[in-house]
Design a protein around this ligand. Structure first.
Ligand SMILES: NC(=O)c1ccc[n+]([C@@H]2O[C@H](COP(=O)([O-])OP(=O)(O)OC[C@H]3O[C@@H](n4cnc5c(N)ncnc54)[C@H](OP(=O)(O)O)[C@@H]3O)[C@@H](O)[C@H]2O)c1
Length: 259
């Protein structure tokens, strides 16, 4: 059974690994045996993480990537092939949210969120698929969020981007299954990172959100390990076009009774 989850000899690109969830995903894949391509818009932010991956006995290739740049995306895949000769796994993690009242959202804000989270994920997937098709093998994991399936006020652009990621995933899964490529969404619930640190400073909010989570706590880094390795490995070979919510039950809609 354990071989089903073994990633030894696999090459994984994880976008947005300068901090936050991208580091958790990359770390979990490395622990399962994969060699890594790690990315940031600022290469120097990857120095310590490269060492961390290498201390696990895996290789790590740092690459500068802005997902808003077509040439950066093409360059990332070219460097990956030059270094490793193939790419087996892509985790489309790079993303952002712009939090402001809906009435103040500008056209620029909308474009930044949609182009980073949705367009960026599409073109990274397109770029690696060209290589995966040649080997009839691939695992593409698009990072989503609760907003793939759930509405929350004040983040319409982010919600649109994440709902778009789910729709895009289903379409790519339908198209690329014949080439042995699976495409799925891993949707984290609430994890404290730079992207949402401001929310966690508000005790009232933390209490509210905890009350909405059946498993009674926000996510911890290790909560994502099993799902990312599962979707990257042979264990999920016959699963494509799906979403797995790692949210402690938040999107079940169930709230605990106040007694
Ligand atoms: N934290 C949560 O609870 C949560 C929940 C659901 C979904 N998510 C999603 O999970 C992903 C990671 O979130 P996080 O919380 O870890 O956020 P974070 O700490 O802000 O990290 C975001 C990462 O994305 C990268 N990034 C942002 N814009 C980019 C661009 N234009 N090109 C390339 N990379 C870019 C950043 O890289 P550089 O700045 O170094 O370039 C950084 O490494 C995001 O897609 C987010 O929407 C997070």
């Amino acid at each position: 059974m354990e071989n089903l989850f073994d990633l030894t000899g696999k090459v994984a690109i994880v976008t947005g690994t300068s901090r936050g969830l991208g580091r958790y995903f990359a770390g979990a894949l490395a622990k399962a045996g994969a060699d890594l391509v790690i990315t940031s818009r600022n290469l120097s932010s990857l120095t310590d993480f490269k060492r961390e991956i290498e201390s696990l006995g895996r290789k790590a290739l740092p690459v500068q990537l802005d997902v808003l740049s077509q040439s950066d995306i093409e360059n990332m895949v070219r460097l990956t092939i030059e270094e490793y000769g193939k790419v087996d796994i892509l985790v489309n993690n790079a993303g952002l949210n712009i939090r402001k009242p809906t009435s103040e959202v500008s056209w620029q804000d909308w474009d930044t969120v949609l182009n980073t989270n949705l367009r960026g994920s599409f073109f990274c997937a397109q770029a690696v698929a060209g290589e995966m098709v040649k080997r009839n093998y691939g695992r593409i994991i698009n990072v989503g969020s609760c907003t793939c399936v759930f509405g929350m006020e004040g983040i319409a652009a982010y919600t649109a981007s994440r709902s778009g990621v789910l729709g895009m995933t289903r379409s790519l899964a339908a198209e690329w299954g014949r080439y042995g490529i699976t495409v799925n969404v891993l949707a984290p619930g609430w994890f404290k990172t730079a992207q949402n640190a401001v929310l966690y400073e508000n005790t009232e909010w933390v209490n509210y959100i905890t009350h909405r989570i059946p498993l009674n706590r926000p996510g911890q880094p290790h909560d994502l390990d099993g799902t990312v390795v599962f979707l990257a490995s042979d264990a999920s070979e016959y699963i494509t076009g799906q979403i797995i919510l790692v949210d402690g039950g938040f999107t079940t809609g169930a709230t605990k009774a106040i007694i």
